[in-house]
Design a protein around this ligand. Structure first.
Ligand code: SAH
Ligand code: SF4
Length: 359
């Protein structure tokens, strides 16, 4: 059994069932998540006989890093091979004293947004708690960039469709004895799974980013098909409700800018109106479309992107344009899985040396 797959209460139960006080679970958590120790023999404040028992019953399994590619801008993309043979990706983005880990929540994604490489790949399965924690653990303790200060769930997958594992993952990120991050520094990005936005507000209200992309249902239905189930009216109401528990003053609205599709000044105005109508405090994060091999869209010219940004700023919104960090290693938004795509089912039967040649 992988210790990383045990929730906080499961680990407590494990300790109690094996004759240990409940607080041992927290000591174990500290060794593993806070100090990066994976050898039970080194956990000196845990009784010798229990340490032996732990090493018989549990292991600390980190998905195998099969490739790490550094981009010219300093960000790094890591490919992890899971026990199942599937491959997921994480991106490390260092910026001054901040080290952001962009982590994956699923293998593939069922939402199937029309501009996204992960969606294009289809859905395979949810990541387990241990597979999500393993990404952060590996970046913290196996990379030489330093400790993760911020986590964004903007890798492969729709985090709110892996809800129960997501919540347990978030709890470890926030736990002082584990990663000790503040709620502000952990961001869940979602395509808009309304019932789970409502639940997140209650269960673990971290920073929220909404992938908006369009201000009307007709266009959003095409770009983000889940909009047919949870249309903009419902999504905006969920955002408004979220605000009273949100750790930041603003909800971030992400807009992937697609040439001639949603990048006009009229689109910018419509988005700002929609948000205002619902009384949501918003910040915009514009993401120029990142092309991938099967993508059909185009990235707008930089003057258009600038114009869109200026319009939103004039309308009173803090608006940033996301640098397309890591795009030379296909680690930018929506490109994740781009290169794994066709190979995902083959990797499982290949040897490590062959994999190295593939990527
Ligand atoms: N599933 C979640 C989080 C992962 S995607 C979501 O959709 O929010 C993270 C961000 O990358 C989202 O805002 C998504 O819209 C954006 N994205 C997806 N494909 C992209 C592409 N090809 N170019 C730029 N951004 C993209
Ligand atoms: Fe899934 Fe997000 Fe990609 Fe849409 S943009 S397909 S929700 S990962």
């Amino acid at each position: 059994m992988n210790l990383l797959d045990l929730t906080k209460s499961e680990l407590e139960r494990f300790c109690i069932e094996h004759g240990q006080p409940k607080f041992k679970a927290l000591q174990l958590t500290k060794w593993v998540h806070n100090k990066g120790v994976h050898d039970f023999a080194k956990m000196t404040d845990i009784q010798g006989s229990f340490r032996d028992f732990l090493s018989q019953k549990l292991n600390i399994y980190i998905p195998k890093i099969i490739q790490s590619t550094k981009s010219a801008d300093g960000s790094e993309k890591w490919l992890f091979k899971l026990k199942s043979g599937e491959v997921i990706e994480s991106v490390i983005i260092p910026e001054g004293s901040r080290i952001t880990a962009c982590v994956s929540s699923q293998v593939g994604c069922a939402v199937d947004c029309s501009f996204c490489a992960t969606g294009n790949q289809g859905f395979s399965r949810n990541l387990s708690l241990g597979e999500m924690l393993g990404q952060v653990w590996a970046i913290n303790y196996l990379s030489n960039v330093g400790r993760v200060t911020n986590v964004v769930l903007m890798g492969m997958g729709e985090p709110l469709l892996n809800y129960s594992n997501l919540i347990e993952f978030l709890k470890y990120l926030l736990l002082d004895e584990a990663y000790g991050l503040s709620r502000r520094k952990v961001t869940v990005s979602t395509s808009g799974i309304v019932p789970f936005i409502d639940r997140l507000r209650v269960d673990c209200p971290v920073s929220l980013a909404i992938s908006l992309h369009a201000a009307n249902n007709e266009l959003r239905n095409k770009l983000v098909p889940i909009n047919k189930k949870y249309p903009l009216e419902q999504l905006m109401r969920a955002c408004r409700n979220y605000q009273d528990r949100a750790p930041r003053k603003f909800i971030t609205f992400e807009v992937v800018l697609l040439d001639e599709v949603n990048d006009s000044l009229k689109d910018a105005l419509a988005m700002s109106r929609l948000i205002k109508d619902y009384g949501v405090n918003a910040k915009f994060n514009l993401i120029p479309y990142n092309a991938y091999s099967k993508g059909v869209f185009k990235k707008p010219a930089s003057e258009k992107i600038k114009g869109f940004q200026t319009k939103l700023q004039e309308l009173g919104y803090v608006t940033t344009v996301r640098k397309t960090r890591g795009d030379d290693v296909e680690g930018a938004c929506g490109q994740l899985s781009g290169i794994v795509n066709n190979r995902i089912s083959r990797v499982g039967v290949l040897e490590k040396s062959e994999i190295a040649g593939l990527f």
